[in-house]
Design a protein around this ligand. Structure first.
Ligand code: AMP
Length: 431
């Protein structure tokens, strides 16, 4: 055997999704499709590779994503490409590139797939992860759409039986009022440089709003008396925020206003939100779990990409985290047990006949499993058992000769013989 001289592990921060977990992923994908249909979101798929400039200009140069978290590669031709770190900028690009503003507005689209960020891997934080996103682009910047994307995200989480969900909502204002707030925030932090972490000291010059969402203990302490952005909102933003809260109230969304939600990306304006699930710690204490999703309004993204100003709002949810929470809370996702049929063949003639029979089943739309590589009846019955088959079809030399086949009920062990030409019809009746 050749010597193993390389690391046979998935790349740091990536993970395999094994067959035994696929039913949870499939359930989430099914619910995504259903929520999308209910709220009229059409699917959009954008490439995994995008140009570096898209995110530099869209997400913003001074954000964690662009500064530290992108997987950048240079093609042989010298183009700088990125493994997409988020979906919104890519959807905005596609919207502009394909003239989707000519369709009925607002355009409501959703996507789902892998994203990549060079992060410090830890529980619930991966370098390759999966997100589902709902975006409403174009039309009026009506607060009703802010609430609609929250609702779609919430319904999705509820559909996989997640409970105790809370939407933390804030407004981070616009180009008029945010600079005023930033000034107030910086003057609050002016004498606190020693009380905050190194990253936050850097944030003071580059991205001050992020001072509010640092999770370092000392920064959490330092921000306690920080000014509240709501107090600095201009009248237009204030009206918008009031509208969002009124709709959220009307729909009885489980929400709370949280002035510390700022989101990391430059493109957000006005509404921002994150969705958390409250969990119970081992000592019985109620704790806020990791963010399962978040989003907000991004009315200025299109302009920063050099495009016509377009209002838009969206939400993104982390599918890996949803799966992790489902597993750690032992949430029962029912698996629809299909009646599985397993074909067992003994001897070369039976194998040949078996192959033909499988084609007949496939034509009739019935899936058949097999382990024809194994010879003995016992070994094949063992495989049928492991595969969770409810019926086994046994074809031995005698059966081939008599043009018949045995149907075995795997649970009771009861067997009966039927004519080979009738077996497809017989199985169709039973599954
Ligand atoms: P964001 O695009 O950062 O707003 O993230 C939206 C959601 O995606 C978060 O609330 C997480 O659930 C999920 N998410 C973001 N980054 C990661 C990551 N590195 N690993 C796993 N999930 C992530």
């Amino acid at each position: 055997m050749p010597k193993k001289n390389f690391d046979l592990q998935a790349v740091k921060g990536t993970h395999d999704i094994l067959p035994q977990d696929q039913f949870i992923w499939e359930k989430i994908r099914k619910e995504i499709r259903e929520v999308a249909e209910i709220y009229s979101f059409s699917r959009i798929d954008t490439p995994i590779l995008e140009n570096l400039d898209l995110f530099k200009r869209g997400v913003g140069e001074a954000t964690d994503i662009v500064e530290k978290q992108m997987f950048v590669l240079t093609t042989k031709g010298g183009d700088k490409l990125v493994l997409r770190p988020e979906g919104t900028s890519a959807v905005a690009r596609a919207y502009a590139q394909h003239g989707l503003s000519h369709l009925s507005q607002p355009l409501k689209v959703y996507y789902e797939g892998p994203f990549f960020r060079y992060e410090n891997p830890q529980a619930g934080r991966y370098r390759q992860f999966h997100q589902v996103g709902f975006e409403v682009i174009g039309g009026e910047n009506d607060p009703i759409y802010d609430v609609q994307v929250m609702l779609a995200a919430l319904r999705l989480l509820e559909s996989v039986k997640l409970k105790n969900l809370t939407i933390h909502i804030n407004s981070i204002g616009c180009k008029v009022c945010r600079p005023i707030y930033k000034k107030h925030l910086l003057s609050y932090y002016k004498n606190k440089k020693k009380d905050i972490c190194k990253d936050c000291n850097r944030r003071m010059t580059q991205n001050p709003l992020r001072l509010l969402d640092c999770k370092e203990d000392k920064c959490e302490q330092a921000k306690k008396g920080a000014p509240n952005i709501i107090d600095d909102l201009c009248s237009v933003c204030r009206k918008h925020f009031k509208g969002v809260l009124e709709y959220a109230e009307e729909l009885k969304l489980p929400y709370q206003v949280d002035p510390f939600i700022v989101r990391g990306l430059d493109y957000y304006s006005r509404t921002v939100f994150e969705i958390f699930m409250e969990e119970t710690s081992q000592s019985g204490e109620k704790i806020t779990g990791p963010a399962l999703g978040g989003g907000g309004r991004y009315d200025f993204l299109f302009e920063s990409l050099g495009l016509k100003s377009t209002s838009a709002v969206g939400a993104g949810l982390g599918m890996d985290r949803i799966v992790d929470v489902i597993k750690s809370n032992k949430i029962n996702i029912p698996v629809k047990q299909k009646n599985k049929v397993f074909l067992i063949v003994i001897g070369i003639e039976a194998k040949k006949k078996g192959l033909e029979l499988m084609e007949e089943f496939i034509e009739a739309g019935i899936n058949i499993s097999e382990s024809m590589g194994k010879n003995s009846l016992g070994a094949q019955l063992g495989s049928a058992d492991k595969a969770g088959a409810s019926l086994a079809l046994i074809l031995g030399q005698k059966e081939v000769f008599k043009e018949s086949i045995i149907i075995r009920d795997m649970k009771t062990g009861v067997q009966e013989t039927v004519l080979l030409k009738k077996v497809v019809a017989e199985i169709k009746k039973r599954i």
